[in-house]
Structures are given as C-alpha cells and as structure tokens.
Design a protein around this ligand. Structure first.
Ligand SMILES: [Fe+2]
Ligand SMILES: [Fe+2]
Length: 198
C-alpha cells in the first residue's frame, strides 16, 4: 500500500465518533522522529519501511486486553502467555504485528518485527527495530525529564539512548512494584554487557 494511503487508513482506524485520537498524532510524531534518527546517524534505512513501521507501531493500542490475549494465543508461539497476562501495557506491541498483517496487509518481516518489539526491544536489535524503539520515546509530543534525558543521550549514541529507555523503564516499574516483562530485562542486560553501559 502506498504510504499516503496507509496514513489515511491509520487516521481512520484511530478515529471514532469523528474524534481523532491522540495516538494518531503520536504515530505521526514517531514517523518524524524515526526519519530524524535515520538521518542523524546516516543509517540508510529504507525510508518507506521506516515510515510504515512508525505509523503502524501503536496500531493495537485500543485492542482490549481479552482480545489481545486471544490474538496472541491464536497466533503467537514466541511469548509466554503467563507473562503477557501480567503485563498488559506491552501487549499492544505484540498484537500490533498481527493487526498490521491482517488489517493493513503488511508482510515485510522487518517492519512486523519493529512493531512487535517496540516496547520491550530484544537483544541485538536491527537498525530499524532500534530506531522505532527510540523514536517512540523521543517524538515531540513526549514531555518530561525522562524523555529529555533520552533526547540528550541520542546526541552521543542511539545504543546509549535505547539503553537509557530500558533503564528508566525498569526503574519506574521497580518503583511502582510492577511486573517487568522478561524480554525488557534481557534487552537491558544485552546493552549493559555489549556496551558496558552503567
Ligand atoms: Fe506503543
Ligand atoms: Fe508509541
């Protein structure tokens, strides 16, 4: 599907009762942030793939918890459903892959994986996955010192920016006594070991 048409379809998907949800504007912000990072580090990621992954990354944000679990039970053999039941906030990224496939006819594995891993990351992400992971956190609509910390980190390294997102997320989840999805911890440990980040 042509990108402009895709944007219209996403807009429609994020509109109910003639009200466009904020998630649509956040998604456009992630597109801009992803393009910015791609240029900043001269990563040469195909811009069409980048924009498609970015505009669709949160497409499952409004799928109900029960529907999300059912979609994952039916389609996914990678995740532990037991962990998913304990971590409702990350489900939309995994479910997003299946919505992108079934409702938006996306069949490019790289794009689908960038959507799938955008909340947890995974060890040794591809450049596309890492850009979407970071762009989601630094797009212009995000306000607060945790986001500014990552914008600053991005000036030195995209890997350090990704590490800092994971570190801040894990700290927050610990402080609020929340379950931390195991893949988030695996990704954090990967960056710590691979790059010696503190
Ligand atoms: Fe998300
Ligand atoms: Fe997002």
């Amino acid at each position: 599907m042509n990108y402009d048409l895709l944007v219209l379809k996403v807009k429609d998907y994020f509109t109910s009762n003639n009200v466009i949800k904020n998630r649509y504007y956040h998604s456009l912000g992630v597109v801009d942030a992803a393009i910015y990072i791609n240029k900043l580090y001269d990563l040469k990621i195909d811009e069409d793939k980048l924009k498609t992954a970015a505009i669709l990354h949160d497409i499952a944000k409004y799928v109900s918890f029960d529907d999300s679990i059912n979609i994952l039970k039916e389609n996914d053999s990678f995740l532990s459903i037991e962990d998913c039941l304990k971590s409702p906030q990350v489900l939309h990224s995994f479910v997003g892959k299946y919505i992108a496939e079934s409702k938006f006819n996306i069949d490019d594995e790289e794009i689908l994986n960038a959507i799938y891993f955008h909340t947890t990351g995974h060890p040794n992400m591809t450049a596309l996955e890492e850009v979407i992971f970071v762009a989601d956190y630094i797009e212009d609509g995000r306000c607060g010192y945790v986001f500014d910390n990552v914008r600053k980190a991005l000036e030195s390294s995209i890997h350090y920016a990704a590490f800092l997102i994971l570190k801040q997320t894990i700290n927050y989840l610990n402080e609020t006594n929340s379950f931390i999805f195991p893949l988030t911890i695996d990704t954090f440990n990967y960056y710590k070991k691979e790059y010696n980040y503190e």
